[in-house]
Each structure stands twice: as C-alpha cells, then as structure tokens.
Write a protein that binds this ligand. Structure first.
Ligand code: MG
Length: 370
C-alpha cells in the first residue's frame, strides 16, 4: 500500500527558441506544472503539460495548480492506495482537469515502478523494445518555402513520418507544397479542431494527397459530424482532442467517428487511463499512437512507457521540445537513436527520468507545498 507523505508543485517557464503556432494560436513561452510526490521514502515525478493560457486544452497552469491545491493533493493524501489504478478511479469521480490528474497519476506510476524495481513500461505490459517517433509537429508557416525547409530539416535528422499543422487559410496550399517536394513521404496533417461541416468539400479534396491521416479536423465535442466525415473521405481520420476518457472513446467507436486515435497521456488523465483506452481500442482493431505536448523530460518518459504498448502501431510524438526549448531539465535513462527511435528503458525502475535540481531552479517561477 502507498501513502503520499509529501507533494510539491513547481511552476516552470521556459523561453522558447522559436514560436509554436497551431490553428488556435501561438505560444512564445512554455509554462507547465511539475509535481514531485513522495510515498514511503520513494519520490516520483509527474507533469501537467498545460500552458499559461488555454491553448491546446482549456486547462492552464493556474487551473491545474488551483485544483491540485484545493482537491487533488488532499485526496491523494487522504488514504492508502493499492496502486495507481485505484487513485485514477478516485480522481475520475471529479469532472475534467485531465492534465492535472495526469501529473498525480504519472508521479504515482513512477513511485509504483521504483517500489517494485520494475520499469513502468514493463508493468503496463509494454512489448516494444524501442518506439519510433515522428518528431513532433511542424507548426503553421505563412511562407511555403519555410514550411518545405522545415520538413526537409526533419527528414534530414532521420525522422520518417512528417506531421504539419494546418488551419483555414493554411491548408491545401501547404499540403500541396510539401507533397510536391516530397511525393513519397508518410505525411499527415493536424487541424486542432479548426473546421466545420461546411468545410467537407475542401477536406475531401485532400484525398488527392494520400495523407497518412487527418488529425482532429472538427471540434472536439463534435463526434457526430466526425462520423459523417469518415463516410465522406478516404483519408483516415484520427481523433486527438475528442478522446478525453474511455466513455468518449467508446462513443466514437460505436459512431464510427474515427479510424485512428492519438492518445495524449496528459489529456486522458494519465497512464492508467491511457492503458485502458489503448486496450479498449485494440479490442476493436483501432490503431493508436502516442501524442505529445511541449514540456519536460518527465512527459517524454511517460510517453515512452505508453508507446511501448502493442497497439501503438503508428510513430509516436514522444517529444519535440528540443526544437523549441533552450534545454532539457531532466536526465533520462533513454535517448534518441538512429534519428527516430527511443529505446524503452525496461531495466530502469519507474519512468527512468530524474529532474536536475539546478536546472529546475533556473526555470522556476514558484513552488508550492501541497
Ligand atoms: Mg493533435
């Protein structure tokens, strides 16, 4: 049994080496909230991969900190827990706040693995020795030449699957320009909710470009119109923002609203639910891949563990922070090999990541005892 003795939260802020732009806006600084939890003398780390403002998700650093202070920390400390699954079920009694929950869940998995002397990947049932990464997203560019150059840079680094962000005004021409230059690459696009049912003709025209998949074309709450779009287009539709929990995954499967799912571990409240959703989709032969958010090596470690699972059949976006952040503040038991693979750290107990204190201090905005 596990009792949380101490929980500390760290608000960190990194200057970005270049802006990151998607259909909903642009960020120039990266903030997030890290959790350091101790149970029985063992320390584990978790990350709420949110931003200072609602960007990819409605949650923010402020909301994650607030709900952690008011509720989740005291709930976590309120009793002994058998395992992270039990804590995830207790958190599920409360609506939303998935990224905040994920920070606790991930820290608990780190502790749980270290206590058993086993890697989190092994406990979850990972089968892959190493996982291929797609190198993260290429943000929206106004200049098509710069976009093509950014794709070329990724390919030169060894990445084999390319993902570009699109949105109204930055779509067909962008896809066309990249395809013209690189006719044979595995190319996918991500719209981050940007389109409506009025755009179906335009979206259908992208079938000509043989995309690997189209990610989250419509609003995240719009399962019904995603199901109609799936019938209309040949390009496989991947859901990201829509799949926040197992129930929504179930609804989307039953409605035929997607062909593929990008599981972001933070968006589904952590590794416990990521594993449940992975297993459920596997039972319906719906392939998944693990998505990423800008952040620290803690998030990278949790994604490597998740991406080791057998139904993660497309390249993952394990981490793309190196392209945007000045430095990594963690030491990890794994690294990028051959340009596009992370070896799963089965021989390292826990997540295989440790925070470097002096680098945490360097980017620290504030710390809190919860
Ligand atoms: Mg996405």
């Amino acid at each position: 049994m596990f009792t949380f003795d101490r929980i500390r939260a760290y608000h960190v802020r990194f200057p970005m080496t270049k802006p990151f732009r998607i259909s909903v806006g642009e960020i120039r600084e990266k903030e997030c909230l890290l959790l350091e939890c101790t149970a029985g003398g063992i320390t584990g780390w978790g990350e709420a991969a949110v931003d200072a403002v609602p960007f990819y998700t409605a949650e923010t650093v402020g909301s994650a900190l607030d709900v952690s202070q008011r509720l989740f920390a005291s709930l976590a400390k309120s009793q002994q827990w058998k395992d992270p699954w039990e804590l995830a079920d207790a958190f599920a009694e409360y609506h939303g706040n998935y990224f905040a929950k994920a920070a606790f869940d991930t820290a608990f998995w780190d502790i749980y693995g270290k206590a058993q002397g086993k890697s989190v990947a092994e406990i979850l049932g990972g089968t892959r020795k190493r996982v291929e990464v797609g190198g993260g997203s290429i943000g929206i560019h106004d200049d098509l030449g710069q976009l093509v150059d950014a794709v070329a840079e990724k390919l030169d680094s060894g990445i084999r699957r390319i993902k570009i962000k699109i949105g109204p005004g930055h779509d067909t021409e962008c896809i066309k320009a990249v395809r013209a230059q690189f006719p044979d690459i595995a190319l996918m696009v991500d719209a981050n909710n940007a389109y409506t049912p009025h755009d179906f003709d335009r979206i259908a025209s992208w079938d000509d470009y043989e995309l690997l998949m189209l990610e989250q074309p419509l609003d995240e709450d719009d399962l019904y119109y995603h199901s109609l779009l799936c019938q209309r287009v040949e390009t496989p539709i991947c859901m990201d923002e829509s799949i926040k929990n197992l129930h929504l995954a179930d609804c989307a499967v039953k409605m035929g609203a997607m062909d593929i799912v990008n599981i972001k571990v933070g968006r589904v409240a952590g590794l416990s639910n990521a594993k449940r959703i992975h297993d459920y989709l596997q039972s319906y032969d719906i392939p998944v891949w693990i998505g990423s958010r800008l952040g620290t090596g803690i998030g990278v470690a949790m994604r490597v563990a998740a991406a080791s699972l057998p139904n993660c059949t497309y390249p993952a976006d394990i981490g793309f922070s190196a392209a945007y952040l000045p430095e990594e503040i963690t030491e990890t038991a794994f690294g990028l090999e051959d340009g596009c693979y992370f070896t799963v750290p089965y021989n390292t107990p826990g997540l295989g990541v440790e925070v470097i204190p002096k680098l945490l201090d360097k980017y620290l905005v504030a710390e809190y005892e919860l």
